[in-house]
Design a protein around this ligand. Structure first.
Ligand code: HEC
Ligand code: HEC
Ligand code: HEC
Ligand code: HEC
Ligand code: HEC
Length: 183
């Protein structure tokens, strides 16, 4: 059985086991780390990506709806990052000659997801749900800024507790008690 796995499989399995154990045991550590790096400091900060994906070209230029790529945003807690196969229909004719797109080609060929770096992330102890907001008329722009005008996505809003609570106070006062966002 073990013979069909490549030599590094064992290492990968161990790494994921360690990651799993750390995730369980490291919860308190994680919260402490977050307390030291408040979201506010990451606002406007550039985030490097494996491929220089430009929302201006794709959203403004190509008029592609946000939901074409972030397809779960209306029905799930997460918006989702599109898999590399989403890029194929438009790019497959030219991409063998584009060095910029080489990582996408490799990702599709090897069936390995691209490792996009997170731009917007709340600490794990906060509950957030995209669908509830989007379906109650809160637009992407309100929380993410004008992504359609960004060469590279950055965090446009503070995403602090006070920022969340201020809007709730104005628009959804029954959702200002602690257990709304901390469960
Ligand atoms: C609906 C069509 C469409 C989809 C889907 C699409 N793109 Fe594009 N993309 C374009 C067009 C049009 C351009 C501008 C013309 C060009 O450079 O090919 C472009 C340009 C680019 C460029 C700059 C091209 C270069 O060679 O420098 C990158 C990088 C890119 N896209 C990445 C992606 C990635 C990654 C995905 C999938 C997550 C994706 N695109 C999905 C249509 C699309
Ligand atoms: C053609 C596909 C495509 C379309 C259309 C698209 N996006 Fe994206 N989006 C991506 C990809 C790929 C990434 C990951 C790379 C990056 O961060 O730029 C991303 C990243 C993001 C992020 C950052 C995610 C994080 O890590 O926090 C936000 C926010 C976002 N998109 C919002 C939007 C909004 C709002 C629209 C519509 C105005 C939109 N996107 C349209 C493909 C797309
Ligand atoms: C009420 C504010 C709010 C609205 C409205 C909103 N987002 Fe987000 N978005 C967030 C927050 C907060 C995160 C980080 C979530 C986390 O870390 O759990 C996020 C994360 C993301 C991500 C990263 C992947 C993920 O699912 O976590 C993408 C992509 C994204 N949003 C796209 C969109 C798009 C597209 C829309 C509009 C259709 C939208 N968002 C509307 C606040 C919002
Ligand atoms: C611009 C306004 C606005 C902002 C900013 C905002 N929210 Fe909301 N939030 C709403 C509205 C509107 C609702 C839906 C109210 C309703 O159900 O009537 C909602 C609902 C919720 C719910 C209830 C979800 C459920 O499952 O019932 C949670 C949890 C929540 N928001 C968390 C957050 C967090 C965390 C943030 C900050 C990262 C945030 N919100 C930022 C407007 C906002
Ligand atoms: C609408 C959503 C929402 C509500 C309601 C809410 N919180 Fe928060 N809370 C957040 C978010 C988002 C963060 C993370 C902020 C950050 O990373 O800067 C947070 C962070 C925290 C933290 C960690 C602070 C730190 O410095 O890291 C504590 C403690 C906390 N909340 C307690 C509470 C208490 C107590 C209540 C009730 C009085 C409450 N929260 C109500 C969204 C909410």
């Amino acid at each position: 059985m073990a013979a069909i796995f490549p030599p590094w499989a064992n290492v990968a399995a161990r790494a994921s086991l360690i990651a799993g154990v750390c995730a369980l045991g490291g919860l308190a550590v994680g919260v402490m780390a977050w307390a030291r790096t408040p979201n506010a400091t990451r606002r406007y900060q550039p985030v490097s990506q494996p491929v220089p994906f430009d929302h201006r070209v794709h959203v403004a230029g190509e008029h592609i709806d946000c939901r074409y790529c972030h397809f779960s945003v209306e029905r799930s807690s997460t918006a989702g990052i599109p898999p590399s196969t989403t890029c194929v229909p438009c790019h497959s004719t030219t991409w063998l000659t584009s060095a910029t797109l080489a990582p996408v080609v490799k990702s599709v060929e090897t069936n390995t997801p691209l490792r996009w770096n997170r731009v917007t992330a709340l600490p794990g102890f906060v509950y957030f749900n995209h669908a509830v907001h989007v379906n109650n008329g809160v637009h992407c722009e309100t929380c993410h800024g004008r992504v359609d005008r960004m060469a590279a996505v950055y965090q446009a809003e503070p995403l602090t507790m006070n920022w969340c609570v201020s809007c709730h106070r104005a628009r959804a006062p029954r959702l200002t008690n602690c257990s709304t966002c901390h469960r």
